[in-house]
Design a protein. Structure first.
Length: 239
């Protein structure tokens, strides 16, 4: 069985209008943090439309071709760059394009060791399957969080920046990794680039939101369920 885990920094609340040029500017800011590398897998895919939240459809769907067997089918991308010439190539493909973005996925390559080492788990006697994050990606579209124990994904926002790789957290808990993310200066530079580019008004959530956060259980790593609105860390754990 193949396990894969993403630690996703997501923006809740109503999304802004996102343009191709916006993505170019955000990726430029992320690149200027000095935390990204051009190593690893890179790709850029964009579908333009009215707005990110015009519907809640994902960019891919499963089509059952026979009982118990399905294939994944992507939407028809307007911009599909399978082998960009590094992060600069991704930025150049988006720069100056002011069309509203409906869905987008940009795999930005790898990150420096100072980002990845604190959240890498190897040689654990409780779990021989290591967790080795090695890639950074940006997604515009429905963002969901879940772990291996989740009954169903929880929809949490429309913009997400992920640190991803093979493996899963156990025996670590998500809260353990969250504390590592929060205490790593290089990761915080990435987080601050996202927060400053698309800020969230620091209002208190309504009671119904507080209750929804309670229902997230260990998918919500923060001390307070009534924490002011902001960008948050979540997890996507599959296997």
């Amino acid at each position: 069985m193949s396990f894969f885990t993403s630690l996703t920094y997501y923006r809740p609340c109503t999304p802004p209008i996102v343009t191709g040029n916006d993505l170019a500017n955000l990726i430029t800011q992320l690149y200027e943090t000095g935390t990204l590398t051009d190593s690893g897998f890179q790709i850029l895919q964009v579908k333009f439309g009215n707005s990110v939240d015009q519907d809640e459809q994902d960019s891919s769907s499963a089509e059952e071709i026979m009982p118990g067997l399905a294939v994944m089918d992507d939407i028809e991308w307007d911009l599909d760059v399978p082998k960009p010439s590094g992060i600069r190539g991704i930025i150049d493909a988006l720069k100056g394009d002011n069309r509203p973005v409906y869905r987008a996925y940009a795999s930005l390559g790898g990150a420096i060791d100072a980002v990845l080492k604190p959240i890498t788990r190897t040689k654990s006697p409780e779990n021989q399957i290591n967790f080795c994050p090695d890639s950074v990606s940006l997604e515009i579209g429905p963002i969901e969080i879940f772990n291996l124990r989740s009954d169903a994904p929880a929809f949490v926002g429309w913009i997400g920046l992920s640190l991803s790789g093979n493996g899963y957290l156990f025996p670590w808990k998500f809260r353990d990794v969250f504390e590592r993310l929060e205490s790593t200066p290089e990761v915080q530079r990435i987080a601050e680039a996202c927060r400053s580019f698309w800020p969230v008004a620091p209002d208190r959530p309504e009671p119904c939101i507080v209750e929804l956060r309670r229902q997230l259980d260990d998918l919500w790593p923060y001390d307070s369920f009534d924490k002011e609105w902001d960008w948050y860390w979540g997890i996507q754990e599959t296997g």
